[in-house]
Design a binder for this molecule. Sequence first.
Ligand code: C5P
Length: 234
Amino acid sequence: ARAMSDARLAIIVVAAGSGTRLGQQLPKAFVELHGRTILEHALHGVFGATHAAHVIIVAPASLLAQARTIGSRVAGAASEHVTVVAGGDTRQASVAAGLAVVPATVEAVLVHDAARALAPSALIDRVASAVLGGGSQGVIPALPVVDTVKRVEGARVVASVDRSDLVHVQTPQGFPRDELLAAYASADAEHTDDAALYAASGREVVTVPGEPRAFKITTPWDLNRADRMLDAGV
Ligand code: C5P
């Protein structure tokens, strides 16, 4: 962890989801993975980045103290640059709660899922550099779709979809602060990611290369995969 934070950058780590698909009692970000919580792994990626930042952890209301402890532990000397706030009922509401406490000096905001526990610091730097060095575009990490994709109605296949112009997208997703605040203020629907909300407000989004390690832990299978990767040191 670096001593100084870059006053121009804030990273909102959303960790307030219940994670019912993981089949555990605890909210997903507080489930243990290889001896640490999922949130702690994600924060290691964030604090390992060359771009220092204000880090805003959005946690379930019942786990604010735990989130603060985890944040301080990972941040070390930078812990004065960590803010913890309570999330909302949807991911979008949780991001909005984080946006509400972004410091005034900030020019760019990255929004990151805690559930992408193994997202490498290099990915965070890649998105941060692109947003800080760019114009008003949003920046999102993307990987090509490798499987063949079908459109279905029930079990029946109704179309093959050309995958050559499809990508999977990840987090962190980065945006100029004022533009993201304006997009959130005008949002009138629930979107599955921040880029969709940003685009719905008429703003442009571009991709940078994603990272396989930034996969989202959703099911027990994903948790097991992450655990084995850490076991193997990959
Ligand atoms: O549920 P899903 O895995 O898509 O959630 C993505 C991220 O958004 C997770 O890190 C989760 O903790 C967060 N989230 C949140 N508040 C919600 C729902 C999800 O912070 N109400």
